[in-house]
Design a protein around this ligand. Structure first.
Ligand SMILES: [Zn+2]
Length: 292
């Protein structure tokens, strides 16, 4: 059983972060070696790497890197949110409002940003079609909305200083295209994998509802890294670091775990099997927990 008061261990956060940075470095290497023919793969890898770093930033915003709050916030800001061009404090406020009011219209800021763009059921053809559409920048308007929302709440110094530094570094490295690839990956590949993950979290569930999922290895790598697919467990215990989520999963056996296919058929299959009622009951249980 997971020990919920176990001390935090910085290396359990830092080592995965270094691997994510290595993935971004690999993206630059293949672009540098093979040139423009490798740019699409490079952009995809950069989007995946940024998304993975964002998930570790999420742990930092929850204060889960180490007990020393100042060190926690500094590491989260410099290593995760700075390259994402946001402010950890702005994200923390946004994200805690999401935890407190999950799925509540007008109170959960995610609902405001998702607008009417996420519905289930969805066919694989529609989902992967949308992935490709995002990859070519078709959803740049949604990305801009998020950037403006977070940008208004962040200190502009973070975004400006990172872009200035990244541009200067790539210019002097003789690969100014690295900066362009990094920036292009944000409204394209990053957004494509971000959307896939958002689908897996709360789509079509009542207030305080979270899907409880099991994903395959390739799905975890592509869009649900660092156990973020155990989002149900995270909402039950937001003070548990990501690397303890698998142990936490074993603690609960009263809420069904569904596959990605089941999720895509949600509303069709859930009504038939009673899954919808079970998840609604789990959401009610969550509300009782919050108000207790
Ligand atoms: Zn969270």
């Amino acid at each position: 059983m997971v020990n919920l008061v176990k001390p935090l261990r910085m290396h359990r956060w830092l080592i995965p972060l270094l691997l994510d940075y290595s993935l971004a470095a690999l993206a630059f290497v293949i672009a540098g070696v093979w040139g423009w023919v490798a740019y699409p793969v490079s952009i995809l890898l950069l989007g995946i790497a940024q998304h993975r770093i964002a998930i570790l930033g999420h742990d930092a915003a929850h204060g889960l890197i180490c007990r020393n709050k100042k060190v926690n916030n500094l590491l989260g800001q410099l290593l995760c949110f700075w390259p994402l061009l946001f402010d950890i404090d702005a994200y923390r406020k946004f994200h805690w409002d999401h935890h407190r009011h999950t799925g509540a219209d007008g109170l959960d800021p995610e609902m405001h940003l998702k607008q009417d763009n996420y519905h289930l059921p969805i066919t694989k053809k529609q989902l992967y079609g949308r992935f490709l559409f995002d990859m070519i920048g078709g959803s740049i308007k949604e990305f801009v909305n998020l950037s403006v929302y977070m940008g208004k709440r962040s200190k502009p110094l973070w975004a400006l200083s990172f872009m200035a530094l990244a541009f200067t570094a790539s210019y002097y490295a003789g690969h100014v295209e690295f900066f362009a690839l990094y920036m292009i990956s944000k409204p394209t590949a990053f957004w494509a994998v971000f959307r896939m993950r958002i689908y897996t979290e709360h789509t079509e569930l009542p207030v305080d509802g979270t899907h409880r999922l099991h994903l395959s290895l390739w799905q975890r790598f592509l869009f649900a890294p660092h156990y973020t697919w155990m989002h149900w467990e995270h909402h039950q215990h937001p003070h548990v670091p990501f690397w303890q989520l698998p142990a936490l999963r074993l603690k609960y056996n009263n809420v069904p775990v569904i596959s990605f296919n089941d999720l895509l058929n949600w509303n069709k299959r859930a009504k038939l099997t009673g899954l919808e009622e079970e998840m609604a009951l789990a959401a009610m249980d969550m509300q009782v927990r919050k108000t207790a």
